[in-house]
Design a protein around this ligand. Structure first.
Ligand code: F6R
Length: 328
């Protein structure tokens, strides 16, 4: 896993090369909305991309995680179906429903049944390398290829390519410093329940960190977003709990009002938890800053796995669940 995390900057560069080659055959016109289906490590890419095009894309980009397909998804909507393995049950279920409704689909995968189905039905597909053992380590392919897909669909211009390449350079340059900081923070999260907070616009960063703590570090954690948490979760902070560690992800793209909210919330929360960490992003664009925090969080999850004596690669419980379901 450490090699895969360290390979993230190069993965971004490779993903850009793949993205430049994407040639979609079916580009619907008009196009009312884009539905992105995917689970876990293959679903979170959609969350990031939807956030980055929030103030740019003229149609809704909605991410769905599960078996169901909302009633509004009919042409002229279209869909991106994302599964790294190509074999995830929920995602394949959505794929079949999309086909029944004749919704144009773009399959994003490294192979598996999704690739077979897409080939058999002439569905557009974007293939990413199949030599990565963990879908969650393929976030770079997921975010970059989905950005190029939206560009090809005519929904956004190519504001992202330079940001991804700059992010790759930034992360490479900062790797040593990030690893040192990550190791220090991980050391203080051992045996703690981590409460993770990001501000509006950066929520996927908090989600990613929570998922990496779950899957890499084999620990539970919770994540929340400001300002929404000010209207509910904050009320739960009444009693001291020394098992709690708080992590705030902060960026230059946080609004002034939300920063004030964090400052006030922090005064309420900090005395009741064991420790508080404020992680500040670096980089010159929203994408760079988000990926800086992702990379820092990924390394924290790896050092935490090491400190807890956990194998950061195995996800035996997910494999067990998928296998048990396939037998039923
Ligand atoms: C494993 C991981 C999982 C998978 C999920 C869906 O590394 O991150 O969250 O991504 O089980 O599988 P795929 O990505 O193959 O559709």
């Amino acid at each position: 896993m450490d090699k895969m995390i360290a390979g993230f900057p190069d993965q971004l560069r490779e993903a850009v090369e793949i993205g430049k080659q994407i040639q979609l055959k079916n580009i619907p016109n008009p196009l009312s909305s884009v539905y992105i289906a995917g689970m876990g490590g293959s679903g979170i890419g959609g969350d990031f991309v939807a956030e980055w095009v929030y103030d740019k894309c003229p149609v809704p980009i909605i991410v769905g995680k599960g078996y169901r397909l909302p009633a509004w998804v009919h042409p002229p909507a279209m869909a991106i179906v994302s599964s790294y393995s190509g074999n995830t049950e929920e995602t394949l279920s959505v794929y079949r429903q999309l086909q029944e409704r004749k919704v144009p689909i773009i399959a994003l995968t490294s192979g598996g049944q999704l690739h077979q189905y897409a080939n058999a039905s002439g569905t557009d597909s974007v293939l990413v390398p199949d030599n990565w053992s963990s879908p969650r380590a393929c976030l770079g392919f997921s975010i970059v290829e989905q950005s190029y897909i939206l560009q090809q669909l005519g929904l956004i211009d190519n504001f992202f390519e330079r940001d991804f390449l700059n992010a790759a350079d930034l992360l490479e340059k900062e790797t040593e410093a990030i690893r040192m900081l990550a190791e220090e923070i991980a050391g203080q999260l051992v045996d703690k329940f981590t409460m993770i907070y990001a501000l509006e616009g950066m929520e996927p960063v908090a989600l990613r960190f929570r998922q990496q703590l779950n899957e890499n570090s084999k620990t539970r954690a919770a994540h929340f977003c400001v300002p929404e948490m000010n209207h509910n979760e904050l009320v739960g902070w009444k009693k001291q709990d020394n098992h709690l560690a708080i992590v705030y992800f902060l960026s230059d793209y946080d609004s002034e009002r939300n920063r004030k909210r964090v400052a006030i919330s922090r005064e309420i929360m900090a005395p009741l938890a064991h420790s508080v960490f404020e992680l500040h992003a670096k980089g010159n664009s929203k994408i760079e800053q988000a990926l800086y925090l992702v990379y820092l969080g990924d390394w924290i999850s790896w050092y935490l796995a090491k400190a807890r004596g956990m194998d950061s690669i195995e996800v035996d419980v997910i494999d067990f669940l998928k296998k048990s379901l396939s037998e039923k």
